[in-house]
Design a protein around this ligand. Structure first.
Ligand code: R5P
Length: 316
């Protein structure tokens, strides 16, 4: 292998996305066994010679989160011991991002612990998409290339909805920056609104009201994650009550926990647009769901990292 040759290796979290990235880069995925021993411990063996290679490991830390995280760490360890030149952890969906600060006494900062684990294992760079909190970038003492799926989602929706008859809506206060960047890309003739959300406990959300006027407009809710679906469904209900003509929702990461697909299909939401940062099994697909692929975006980013070109130019 030539020193610095590009190698792509995938864990089991999202093999279809890894295959698609490899196709865009016109290379094959590295041959490796990523399985388990009979007791469930993860077993990894890399079959190709990777000495001196510039390796990108593709693995979302999606459910089952602990298993996929350990796969990633153990793959990185195997690569480091196989004398690769550089290891980039490509984490399209970064799990364990929810506890990124202490909000009460005796809580962990799990996102920082996970960042430490990745660096200790041997990753020297991270490539990720739409971290739930930007501050997580700073938890790594290695470079983090943080991509945004907003432009992909906005470009898809602006082909369907005229900006002058649309309102972009942040489904909670934390989503305002994301929704406002979305609006810049989608069209500034659109209106802007904010839903006021309260979380009495994890995985439970309550809508307290909204700021902005959406009467007579189609609305687009913009969020990073759709998990139980409750944030988007409750926001869509209040938007319809306030006179919206229809409600679309765009979210980067389709966590889609138990029952979310059915709840969203039965809701007032017209169409939920997500990306494939997390693999969506057939049973979680539903008629109102549209999935856009981040494979071209990740392939371009990998190509730019490999050739030392700017990543931010991808978003101009
Ligand atoms: C923060 O709350 C996030 O940005 C999302 O709004 C949240 O993860 C969505 O969760 P759910 O679909 O369970 O309401």
């Amino acid at each position: 292998m030539q020193p610095g040759s590009l190698v792509l290796l995938s864990g089991n979290a999202n093999r279809p996305l890894a295959d698609a990235i490899a196709r865009h880069l016109h290379i094959h995925l590295c041959e490796a066994t990523v399985g388990t021993f009979s007791d469930g411990e993860i077993r990894v063996q890399i079959h190709d010679n990777v000495r001196g290679a510039d390796v990108f490991v593709i693995q979302s830390t999606s459910a089952p989160v602990n298993h996929h995280l350990m796969e990633l760490l153990i793959i990185i360890d195997a690569l480091r011991r196989a004398s690769v030149q550089r290891i980039t952890a490509v984490i399209p969906y970064f799990g364990y991002a929810r506890q990124e600060k202490k909000t009460a006494g005796r809580e962990p900062i799990s996102a920082k612990l996970v960042a430490n684990l990745m660096t200790t294992a041997g990753a020297v760079r991270v490539l990720t998409i739409d971290l739930t909190a930007r501050a997580i970038e700073g938890f790594f003492d290695i470079p983090v290339d943080h991509l945004r799926a907003g432009p992909l989602l906005a470009d898809h929706l602006r082909r369907q909805l005229p900006a002058a008859r649309t309102a972009i809506v942040a489904p909670d206060e934390g989503a305002v920056d994301r929704a406002s960047r979305f609006q810049e890309r989608f069209g500034t003739q659109s209106k802007f609104a904010i839903i006021l959300k309260h979380r009495p406990s994890p995985d439970v959300s309550e809508v307290r009201g909204m700021i902005g006027d959406v009467k007579g407009r189609a609305c687009i809710l913009v969020d990073d994650i759709v998990s139980t679906g409750s944030t988007l469904i409750q926001a869509a209900d209040i938007l319809m009550e306030q006179g919206a003509t229809e409600v679309y929702a765009a979210a980067t990461h389709a966590v889609l926990s138990q029952g979310a697909a059915e709840r969203i299909q039965d809701s007032v939401i017209t169409n939920l647009i997500v990306t494939d940062t997390i693999a969506i099994p057939a049973e979680k697909h539903f008629p109102k769901l549209t999935v856009l692929s981040v494979a071209p975006l990740l392939a371009q980013a990998i190509d730019r990292i490999e050739t030392n070109r700017s990543i931010s130019e991808l978003f101009v």
